[in-house]
Design a protein around this ligand. Structure first.
Ligand SMILES: C[S@@+](CC[C@H](N)C(=O)[O-])C[C@H]1O[C@@H](n2cnc3c(N)ncnc32)[C@H](O)[C@@H]1O
Length: 270
């Protein structure tokens, strides 16, 4: 079973605006690939590419990069965004990739594989990868933290309140821990050559409204919004106001540092 979400145009537009793919993770993937495989970087496929922020970061390393997604709205947003000439997008399920067996040098899924039919996706990635090709799955904990002057602890108590209010809206498909989903996938991958990386902290400076906007792209916030739009708006406004008050700031354009805890795994097909 896979899950259909992320279909709304507004949701896709927020993705484009607020989700930022980390170059730090792409560098880790490419360092691994360069160590493991011959100099053959023809085709990378970014599965569940959403609006393509991560996909375009692969462009400098490959002759061709294809982002695939099941959501037409996400792909429309990706195509509307500027992209290097070697990047294109295809609509297809992660479990049925439109590539020949052994054609692909790198398969990535960035903050997406937890939504897939995971055993079928792993089988499909194995089918399309060439021998020596690599698989890279990454995601992050939804409990990002904020740093701002000497009030970071106070801000993080407020952030925790935000996340706690969204827990009841978490998809049952994900279970209680996203990291465990990735660990289970890692354990089920039969490649000998694989590595699990539990913690990479990535920092981003962004306006407070960017942090709030990012949490609003999460599926649990979207679920709340679908059920009770007024409550969703009240909650995000209330959290933003509490954060501003703790910061002694008046504008949501005030910049904060957001710390995101990524986990990822890499594997090389024998
Ligand atoms: C959380 S978003 C991540 C998007 C992007 N990779 C990023 O890092 O911002 C997950 C994406 O996976 C896509 N998706 C979910 N299930 C899928 C499936 N079975 N096949 C293909 N794409 C899928 C969704 O449409 C969505 O665009």
């Amino acid at each position: 079973m896979a899950v259909r979400l992320f279909e709304g145009k507004d949701h896709a537009a927020s993705y484009l605006q607020y989700r930022v793919a980390p170059q730090e993770l792409i560098s880790k993937i490419m360092d691994y690939m360069k160590k493991k495989t011959q100099n053959q970087f023809k085709l990378a496929v970014d599965v569940g590419c959403g609006s393509g922020q991560g996909t375009i970061l692969l462009a400098p390393y490959f002759t061709t990069v294809v982002g695939t997604d099941i959501s037409p709205a996400q792909l429309e947003a990706a195509s509307a965004n500027s992209r290097p000439p070697n990047v294109s997008y295809r609509e297809c399920p992660a479990e049925e990739l439109p590539f020949a067996a052994g054609e692909v040098d790198l398969v990535t899924a960035m903050t997406a594989a937890h939504w897939f039919d995971r055993p079928r996706f792993l089988q499909e990635a194995d089918r399309v990868l060439r021998s020596g090709g690599c698989l890279a799955l990454l995601s992050y904990s939804l409990s990002m933290t904020l740093e701002y002057g000497d009030v970071s602890d106070a801000l993080n108590d407020i952030c925790k309140e935000f996340y706690a209010a969204l827990i009841p809206y978490r998809s049952p498909y994900l279970g209680p821990s996203s990291m465990n989903i990735y660990l289970d996938m890692f354990n089920s991958c039969t490649y000998q050559d694989k590595e699990w990386n539990e913690c990479l902290h990535v920092k981003r400076t962004l306006p407070l409204r960017g942090y709030i906007g990012m949490v609003k792209t999460f599926s649990n916030y979207q679920k709340l919004k679908e059920k009770d739009p007024a409550e969703a708006e009240r909650l995000s406004n209330d959290i933003q106001n509490k954060l501003l008050s703790a910061m002694k700031a008046s504008s949501p354009d005030t910049e904060v540092t957001m710390v995101v805890h990524y986990f990822y795994w890499l594997a090389c097909k024998p």
